[in-house]
Design a protein around this ligand. Sequence first.
Ligand SMILES: Cc1cc2nc3c(=O)[nH]c(=O)nc-3n(C[C@H](O)[C@H](O)[C@H](O)COP(=O)(O)OP(=O)(O)OC[C@H]3O[C@@H](n4cnc5c(N)ncnc54)[C@H](O)[C@@H]3O)c2cc1C
Ligand SMILES: O=C(O)[C@@H]1CCCC=N1
Length: 397
Amino acid sequence: MAVRENSSPSCLYDAVVVGAGIQGSFTAYHLAKRGQKTLLLEQFPLPHTRGSSHGQSRIIRSAYPQDYYVAMMKRAYQLWAELEAEAGTPLQRPTPMLVLGRQQNPEFQSYWQTMQRLDIPHETFTPQALAQKYPEIRPHGGEMAVADLTAGVLYPDKALKAVQEQFRRSGGTVRDGEKVLAILPGSAVTITTNRGEYRAKRLVVTAGPWSSRLLDPLGVQLPLQPLRIHVYYWRAKDSGTRSHVEHLPCFLGINLNQDAHHIYGLPTDEYPGLVKICYHHGSPVEPDRPDQLDRASTVPDLQILQGFVRNYLPGLDPEPAVQEHCLYTNTPDEDFILDRHPRFNNIVIGAGFSGHGFKFAPVVGEILCQLSLGEEPPYNLAHFRISRFPASPKAAL
Ligand SMILES: Cc1cc2nc3c(=O)[nH]c(=O)nc-3n(C[C@H](O)[C@H](O)[C@H](O)COP(=O)(O)OP(=O)(O)OC[C@H]3O[C@@H](n4cnc5c(N)ncnc54)[C@H](O)[C@@H]3O)c2cc1C
Ligand SMILES: O=C(O)[C@@H]1CCCC=N1
């Protein structure tokens, strides 16, 4: 195997980041801005559609039931604006997001109370006010809404391109089509790829659905579950009502009709006249074989969504017009993993973004950069620690 660029001390990298999805790309961007000689490795030729960060729309919002996410979003909005200024292009479009639910529902209450307590600009809609403002939406049984007025639609493909470009401008190197096969810990970490070998003072692993492949041999078994998520786009029944589709806000339905489901939607630019509505859960899958689903554990997402469309958005055709897919990597509590390796503190892990990580990527990248530089990020990271999971037997090293 060829040894690349590590035959002299000057070719030792300050940092190597594995995985050029949105989290790894922002981590590399911050490291390079901090003057670190940084290499970003990606297994597939870029851009690609095989992980979690591709596509043309994601929701950005401040509204979360948990204060710690709201605090991180404050910083994320600042950093998104910085990247937009550097790139000279908008990376999001402001669009309010309705949290829909029953007033008595504890999760709905948490969203609402957090918005009030933390002064997130918001507007509350009684069922009557909701019907007036958004007649396309038909809530049931007294369901109401609170709108996060800071929300919007992010443009993921553009964002990924912009952050990687700015990383390169800061002196960083991206090598795509280069898969990391092995990691050997040490004061300088040795990284073996299908093309060669590198050494780095610090390593950040942001490998999305493939994270366990790299981390298990390093003795950290994380409860990460890759899920296949179907992305559905729906059209108005009557083409004359197309403007109704475009008028819809982003929305997040909490246990609507007293079902256990979370369903979300957003107006998008990628298919003019269609609205994207998805089920926030998917079927377990191997990331290299996303088409092989185990029937026994496949979630009936389409039936659930069709029921929702018929009941809540009767102006839409209940047959989806377009179907795509993407991968989530879930933790059991759906909180992220942002931590140092328990034994090797120059190896940092960012994983388990559980289908809601895109909006946080600028601040996640900053946190992973700070952790890898031995700094303590100014957030409560207790919810993101590896130690929150029950200990599992360690692999031999
Ligand atoms: C359908 C869908 C809708 C979503 N909606 C929202 C939303 O509205 N708002 C929101 O905030 N978030 C949303 N998310 C979540 C968000 O997109 C993800 O949290 C985020 O993209 C995760 O990024 P990542 O960098 O961790 O993973 P990825 O994008 O998967 O990146 C990991 C990268 O690592 C590379 N890699 C893996 N192993 C190796 C290796 N051995 N060597 C080299 N490279 C390697 C992979 O090829 C990949 O490119 C959604 C996700 C999906 C799928
Ligand atoms: O993160 C988001 O905002 C979206 C909507 C809720 C479910 C997952 N992604």
